[in-house]
Write a protein that binds this ligand. Structure first.
Ligand code: ADP
Ligand code: ADP
Ligand code: ADP
Length: 214
């Protein structure tokens, strides 16, 4: 199964990705997590990406496409994968098609902008695993610690309110056009496309997505 989750920053892609990947036994491919790992490791890519990410802008398409090409050719992707946060531009979607990747499903998670700001301001993450929490909506069992490892949770640099507004603007301008792009592909019978309302509890959204995928 090859699935892509499409949605604004904070729409719940990473949260839902974990459920889907567990259920279908496929790896989660998050370009955001890959870029943050490069930043932590201090690689050349990480140094280049950090300033762009902190400004809420998108990393150039050619860099992202190279990362994805290398990742999906690994053995654990042979039976499918879940794309979280990629593609984010029409050029990236076209680049993916050139790699001859046939997605089975594109699922859009639809959340209004007002809600996004609340979600991202309370988001806390466990950097090593990508596990995500929310101070109010999804608190960890122990204050500011990861449920699994007990390690500290952090707030991402780009989850500050000014950057969140910028990221939303970038989403509407550069990523939202993918909705029409994939609707068109769906009309041509090349992929299945569905929109899931993203307001509700984590479990409600999970069940909506599972119902569609079945
Ligand atoms: P969120 O989960 O909040 O949507 P991500 O972790 O997916 O955020 O992405 C964080 C940042 O990493 C983005 O704002 C962007 O700068 C960069 N990034 C991640 N994925 C891509 C991509 N596919 N293309 C360009 N930039 C990306
Ligand atoms: P379950 O398997 O019943 O979902 P878990 O112990 O895995 O139980 O999760 C407990 C609660 O934490 C869940 O009800 C869910 O709301 C939330 N949760 C689990 N994983 C995540 C995640 N990655 N992001 C956000 N919330 C999560
Ligand atoms: P994305 O990967 O799309 O950027 P995340 O999965 O990281 O989004 O979720 C953003 C924030 O919203 C996190 O703090 C997460 O715990 C929280 N969240 C996710 N799903 C829900 C939900 N259904 N209701 C409330 N908060 C949620």
């Amino acid at each position: 199964m090859k699935i892509m989750l499409l949605g604004a920053p904070g729409s719940g892609k990473g949260t839902q990705a974990q459920f889907i990947c567990e259920r279908y036994g496929i790896p989660q491919i998050s370009t955001g997590d890959m870029l943050r790992a490069a930043v932590r490791e201090g690689t050349e890519l990480g140094r280049k990406a950090k300033a762009i990410m902190d400004a809420g802008e998108l990393v150039p398409d050619d860099i992202i496409l190279k990362l994805i090409a290398a990742r999906i050719s690994q053995p654990d992707c042979a039976n499918g994968f879940l794309l979280d946060g990629f593609p984010r531009t029409i050029a990236q979607a076209e680049g993916l098609e050139k790699m001859e990747v046939q997605l089975d499903w594109v699922i859009e998670i639809d959340v209004p902008d007002e809600e996004i700001v609340k979600r991202l301001s309370g988001r806390r993450v466990h950097p090593a695993s990508g596990r995500v929490y929310h101070l109010l909506y999804n608190p960890p069992k122990e204050d500011c610690k990861d449920d699994v490892t007990g390690e500290p949770l952090i707030q991402r640099d780009d989850d500050k309110e000014e950057t969140v507004r910028k990221r939303l603007e970038v989403y509407h301008r550069q990523t939202a056009p993918l909705v029409d792009f994939y609707r068109q592909r769906s009309a041509e019978g090349k992929v299945k496309f569905a929109t899931v309302p993203g307001i509700g509890t984590v479990e409600e959204i999970r069940d909506r997505i599972f119902q569609i995928l079945e």
